[in-house]
Structure formats: C-alpha cells, structure tokens
Design a protein around this ligand. Structure first.
Ligand code: GDP
Length: 347
C-alpha cells in the first residue's frame, strides 16, 4: 500500500514566510492557478483581513479567478456539535481524494468569533485529511457578523475552485442562523443527525429539515444500528410531509458511520446523482445564478450598514434617538425614519 504523503515541512515554512510578505496580485493568481497551497492560503488571509488594501488585493485576485471555468460540486454539511461532522468530512474527504478528486474544506462558524477559537474546519480535527496533498482545509473566518463571516467563505470558495478543487465541503455548526448562510452557497445541503430514543423529530428546526437535500443518520454502527434504522424510518416519514422541491429532487434519508466508513461512498453517489439530475433539468446553473444574485444583494446590504454605522453624524443622531426612545418621547419606528431622513439628506 502506498504511504500517504504528509504536508512537506517546506510548505509549512513557506506559509510562515509568506505571512508578512507583500505579494503581487499576479504572483498570487499564478500561485492559485498552479495550486500552490501556501499562496492560496495567503490570498484567503488577505480576503479575511480587515485592512482595506488587503481586501482590495484579494478582490483583484478573485476577479482573475472568475475567468477559470470550474466543474466543482459544493456540498454543505451541518449538524450539532458531536454529531460527527469532522469524522464524516475526514472519511468522505479521504474517499474522494482516493478517487482522484481534490477536496477543499471550508467552514462558517459564527461562534468562533465569540469564543475566539474556531471549532470547525480545524486541521487538528481532521488529522488524515490535513496531511493529504489533495486536500486543503481552512478554518472559519472570524468576524463580527454572520453575514461577514459567510461572505469571506463564499469568496474563498471561488479561490479554491480556481485552484482546481473539485469538491468544496462547507461545514457549519447546527446552531442558529449559519445553516441558512451555508445553504445559500452550496449545491447540496446535507444534515447529519444522530438517532435518539424515539425523540428524533423533537428539537429539530423545521426550516433546517426543509433546506436539507438529504439527512444522514450518523453513528449507525454497533449497538446503535437498530436505533439508527428506526430514526431513518421516522425521518423519511417526516420528510414526506414537506412540499416537493422546485428542482424535482426528493430529499433522501440515509444511514452512515463515519468511523466505520459505511454508507459514505453511497452518500457521495447520491450527491453525484443529484448534480447530474439538476444539470440535466437546468436547476444546477439556475441555483448558482440565483445564489450569485443573492450574494450581491446581501453584500450591498452589509456594506450599506457599515457605511452608515461608521459615520460620526450617524452615531450622534442614533444616540440622540435612543435617548429619546428611552424617555418615551418618540416611537422607535418614527425615530428610525427621522434618523434616516436626516442622514440621507446630508449625503
Ligand atoms: P463534530 O463535533 O460534529 O465535528 O463531531 P466529531 O467528528 O468530533 O465526533 C464526535 C465524537 O463522535 C467523536 O468521539 C467521534 O469519534 C465520534 N464519532 C463520529 N462519527 C462516528 C460514527 O460514525 N460512529 C461512532 N460510533 N462514533 C462516531
């Protein structure tokens, strides 16, 4: 059996050396096209930087990258902490690289900016995959808002695709709004679940079930196998209650074991079937275009907000209005209208 190559130490030292170095847009772009992982990582770091000149440079690189045609599949993976996301990605990722595919793992983890430590997309969680020369793993960007974090991940997808990654796995924690953000940037959305003691459907957010293209009951192994089968039946029944998807896809419920590597290859085959079906009926392209338009609109919203919130005059007026609301002198809605009227007149 061929031994797996580890990340060469020279790549690690190269990443360290590049950290502070100024690199031209051309050098970054060329590096990405040649799948130089250190330069890809550097471009993503610039993208995530709060310095305007870094972000400008990263954007220039993205513009260059857009011209590269890609045939990628973007797969979103969600599930509560402990469900087995990193184990699943490790097993699926290595299965894919052994099939000759190049795999990038990105993450959207809004909790990381609060806890100052990312719990997703962490290399220490995916020991084998992180050493795989055909895999690239990047932890979640940090940021003040989910919108900001998600935007950076979206842009990173483009860079990874330009670097020739065939499969982009985007991981998110199954808490809060981050699933919606990830759903809006992937082709296929997979929800990982655990089987419980008959309480499968409790505590599951309706919206998440509705977004899922498939639900995989993980840890379907050992003494848990029978319960996993029950959960499979229960979820399948529940999914039937939802209206059919516009693209004609009927969401599936499957079982897998990330640690025993069962059901994983079948999940990938299902994703490929989905992609083939959606390419055939035109929904694949349509969905990506809709997502692009939504990304644009959301980014404009985000920038508009930033634009106003950074203005001193806005901050002052806002403080005045808050104080008036505190004293019950004005309704919150009228205060908002007055504030915006005042500020936009000054523009
Ligand atoms: P994450 O927090 O969702 O990323 O979950 P992890 O991948 O870190 O897994 C949490 C725990 O569940 C770890 O102890 C894993 O070894 C274990 N685990 C993950 N997948 C499986 C599985 O398929 N079967 C079993 N029995 N344990 C699993």
């Amino acid at each position: 059996m061929a031994t797996k190559k580890t990340t060469p130490p020279d790549t690690v030292s190269k990443i360290k050396a590049l950290r502070k170095q100024e690199i031209s847009v051309e050098a970054l772009t060329k590096g990405i096209f040649n799948n130089d992982k250190a330069l890809l990582a550097k471009a993503i770091t610039l993208l995530e930087s709060t310095k305007a000149e870094h972000y400008e440079k990263a954007n220039a690189v993205i513009e260059e990258c857009l011209s590269v045609p890609n045939n990628s599949i973007r797969l979103g993976i969600t599930g509560v902490p402990g469900v087995g996301k990193s184990s699943f990605i490790e097993t699926l990722g290595t299965t894919l690289t052994s099939m000759g595919k190049k795999v990038a793992v990105l993450a959207v983890d809004p909790t990381s900016s609060l806890s100052k430590g990312s719990i997703l997309g962490d290399k220490t969680r995916m020991q084998t995959l992180s050493k795989d020369p055909n895999a690239f793993i990047r932890p979640s960007p940090s940021g003040n808002s989910l919108g900001g974090v998600a935007q950076k991940t979206r842009e990173s997808i483009m860079l990874c695709e330009a670097a020739g990654y065939d499969v982009i796995l985007v991981e998110t924690v199954g808490v809060g709004q981050s699933e919606i953000a990830v759903h809006s940037m992937v082709d296929f959305f997979l929800l990982l679940k655990l089987s419980g003691a008959g309480d499968e459907l409790q505590g599951i957010k309706r919206g998440i079930m509705e977004m899922a293209d498939a639900i995989a009951i993980n840890k379907a192994d050992g003494t848990n196998l029978e319960r996993a089968k029950l959960a499979e039946t229960e979820f399948s029944r529940a999914l039937h209650l939802y209206p059919p998807k516009k693209n004609g896809w009927v969401p599936k419920v499957v079982r897998c074991s990330a640690t025993e590597n069962t059901g994983i290859r079948e999940i990938w085959e299902m994703v490929e079937d989905f992609v083939a079906q959606n390419k055939e009926n035109g929904h694949f392209e349509k969905n990506r275009k809709t997502q692009n338009k939504n990304w644009f609109l959301q980014t404009v919203d985000e920038h508009l907000k930033q634009f106003f919130h950074q203005k001193e005059s806005f901050k002052k007026e806002q403080a005045k209005m808050l104080s008036a609301i505190e004293k019950n002198e004005i309704s919150p809605f009228y205060a908002a209208k007055l504030l915006l009227d005042k500020i936009t007149k000054k523009l």
